[in-house]
Design a protein around this ligand. Sequence first.
Ligand SMILES: Nc1ncnc2c1ncn2[C@@H]1O[C@H](COP(=O)(O)OP(=O)(O)OP(=O)(O)O)[C@@H](O)[C@H]1O
Length: 550
Amino acid sequence: MPALISSRLLIFGESLSFHKFSNVSRNAWFGRSVCSLSLGSLGFKSDIESVDKKETNEVTRLSSLKGVPKSKAKVVRSNVIKAAGAHSSLEIESTLFNAKSFSELGLPPLLIERLESQGFRTPTDVQSTAIPTILKDHDVVIQSYTGSGKTLAYLLPILSEVGPLKEKTSDGDGEYGKRTDIEAVIVAPSRELGMQIVREFEKILGPANKKMVQQLVGGANRSRQEEALKKNKPAIVVGTPGRIAEISAAGKLHTHGCRFLVLDEVDQLLSFNFREDMHRILEHVGRKSSAESHGPKGSLAKRAERQTILVSATVPFSVIRAASSWGRDPLLVQAKNVIPLDSISPSGPTTLSGHSTSTNSNSNLQGHSAIESLPPSLKHYYCVTKLQHKVDALRRCVHALDAKSVIAFMNHTRQLKDTVFKLEARGMTASELHGDLGKLGRATTMKKFKKGEVRILVTNELSARGLDVAECDLVVNLDLPTDTIHYAHRAGRTGRLGRKGTVVTMCEESEVFVVRKLQKQLGIPIPACEFTEGKLVITEEEKAQPAVRA
Ligand SMILES: Nc1ncnc2c1ncn2[C@@H]1O[C@H](COP(=O)(O)OP(=O)(O)OP(=O)(O)O)[C@@H](O)[C@H]1O
């Protein structure tokens, strides 16, 4: 693989070039100086280094067996969460949660009741920062690491203004019944993510209000979706760009009066693949003229435009630039920072105190964005193995870590079936998931994986974004990700919401330099390991390169 690959991201006529695997400084460019936590301070490095003294003899034995220098060999016990099935309670570390309660964030009482009934008691950091900001009508870009609760961070402010859980008005449901336009449009890049967002809405709304949200994802029957829109008059639609644009172009989706437009995984939605559909959505959603404007939303209603909310764990400068051109005084919202977008430059933001936080060049942005997206509770390793032995290495890795729920990523769809076949031949339950499967097949596979009936999900980039399976305790890269952004999203399928998780990258000897570059760019230690006698053994200690977290 070449050391420098250039890829293009086209944002509505604006062509930007990103350099993959370019050198980056380890200071991220978003508000570093506002609040800095190091990986070390979060226990990241010390976890790897803290090997039980009782294991010294084991290390000696293993190193002599494998010819690994004693000083370098370490036995690592499984750090996986003890979860036998999908419904086991999982260990959550508290660092992610803010001291505030949902009631302090300005949400209406009915909504808080529903949250509590569903077990949501304390907001995460990013929710504590984003919810009040969105409630103040700001256009925002929400950026925080994978699994930190970004979905509720936008969903709750929407539900506090749209639908039956909002602040009670005298005519209550009567007002809801009269509505003809859609009030919120949520766009996601994949069906799975779209459906997941719908389920999150339904969880909070409860079964009685299920019809208020309509999914418009591709692969499903379009005329049934159109009929449901006509019959149920939902206030919120969640869908993929192609299907939303298609139904909108057919005149069956009325979004001119829409008050909220959310682009979840915005950096992917603004890529070349979605260009035309996204163009239509951005042009049509919430573009009512001022004369048509009415409603209770104060300044937003007066300006008669939608509130735009862009969300991702990875926010390159191209997104900041796009958001600045669409929004009115838009803000970047992170776990502990709120920064005006116009103070952010390609070479790093100016913080609220007016100081530039970074001196990095434009080409560094991709690395920075990825650093910010990695949950601190993750452990990363790589394992050198020949191509033909990768599946066997995966099997040994799963056993060594006693992993219960594993996502294995590959780059080419045609290889997935073969890998599943080999895993099953070795007695492991595995299933493939990719875009060529039908909607039903994809849904059934996901259901089985979530229920713990399938131990290893073998998949491609389709599952790298947004997929939320709390029980997933191990991510394996059977093929190398193409860059730090892809690494970060894949890795983020484990260690959700502060849980522990392990990421193991399998590579051939000739690819080790790529892993070293990933390590350097991400500012995290990725030590080499082997799976020997049912244990993960660190064979080469990498120097930790702590990144400073916002
Ligand atoms: N305040 C909370 N209390 C308990 N659970 C929460 C809370 N907020 C979110 N969750 C749960 O945490 C999980 C992860 O949330 P979510 O999928 O929104 O993360 P995310 O930041 O969007 O991740 P990604 O970047 O990978 O899309 C979900 O199962 C969600 O229901």
